[in-house]
Design a protein around this ligand. Structure first.
Ligand code: PAF
Length: 283
């Protein structure tokens, strides 16, 4: 079993001893638990690139807005510990709220600009919560490398910006999206979907294939591609609402003409579940 720490100071002392002993490289995978194949890919990548792998499991209250799914977000530490054991994780950090947000806590980290577009418009305050908790976690673990999935592409871009701006000495390593065999991107929130809703959720992945087909046939107009995707997704019975379908360059600036390496980003409500996904354009 990996070593489990719940207190900041205990984890710090342990990692300091390791660093002093042999200057071992530390890879860090921050998560909110309920680990799935997407997390496994992050952990495996860290295992390949570092001597020690630390996984954090913490459902961070400050990144959930009022009425969001903080209370019902899936949690199962025993199951997560077994997954970590299987993958050879060295250390799990599962702090309490008091450890992460000590009494009197009054400091936040906010990445202007990038936090206001796309997800930021629909989840005000979300990225402030993410940037703040990731800064704290990086300060505790002080890893050489930290691993973030491209599934949360905007989050990845915000963390890259934040680490650069705050001169945090860590290498951010992006890891590609992992999909189920039928194309649904792995997400802890997929457990909320009924089987009928899951079928409708596949329209997201299939709309990317539709976009790719249009692009390969020579279409470059972003508006026409977005409209075709929207029409296709809306046809599915459990799709309640599309928050956005956007095409941007890799740094999240909106595009009118599509190019190699651009991103198509989507947020869709299927039943009561909000799903996000994205796709890298290849011509
Ligand atoms: O991507 C997530 O699971 C969370 O946003 C993160 C990075 C662990 C911060 O709570």
């Amino acid at each position: 079993m990996p070593l489990l720490f719940r207190k900041v100071n205990e984890l710090r002392n342990y990692l300091n001893t390791l660093r002093c002993e042999g200057g071992k490289s530390v890879g860090f995978v921050p998560t909110m638990g309920y680990l799935h194949e997407g997390h496994k890919k992050l952990i495996e990548t860290s295992k390949l690139q570092n001597e020690i792998t630390v996984v954090s499991i913490y459902v961070n209250p400050t990144q959930f807005g009022p009425g969001e799914d903080y209370e019902r977000y899936p949690r199962d530490l025993n199951r997560d510990m077994s997954v970590c054991e299987e993958l050879g994780v060295d250390v799990v950090f599962a702090p309490t709220d008091e450890e992460m947000y000590p009494a009197g806590n009054s400091t936040e980290v906010y990445v202007r600009g990038l936090s206001e577009v796309l997800e930021g418009k629909f989840r005000p305050g979300h990225f402030k919560g993410v940037a703040t908790v990731v800064t704290k976690l990086l300060n505790v673990v002080q890893p050489d490398r930290a691993y973030f999935g491209e599934k949360d592409y905007q989050q990845l871009k915000i963390i890259e910006r934040m680490v650069k701006d705050l001169l945090i000495p860590v290498q951010i390593v992006p890891v590609e999206i992992v999909r189920e065999p039928d194309g649904l991107a792995y997400s802890s929130r997929n457990v909320y979907l009924s089987s009928e809703e899951r079928e409708s959720a596949l329209s997201i992945y299939r709309s990317f294939l539709l976009a790719e087909k249009m692009i390969k046939a020579g279409e470059r107009n972003a508006q026409r591609i977005k409209e075709a995707m929207e029409t296709y997704i809306r046809k599915h019975p459990h799709v309640k609402k599309i928050d956005y379908i956007e095409i941007t360059d890799p740094e999240l600036n909106p595009k009118e003409e599509v190019q190699e390496g651009d991103r198509i980003l989507v947020a869709v409500w299927v039943g009561n579940t909000r799903l996000i996904d994205n796709w890298k354009v290849s011509l």
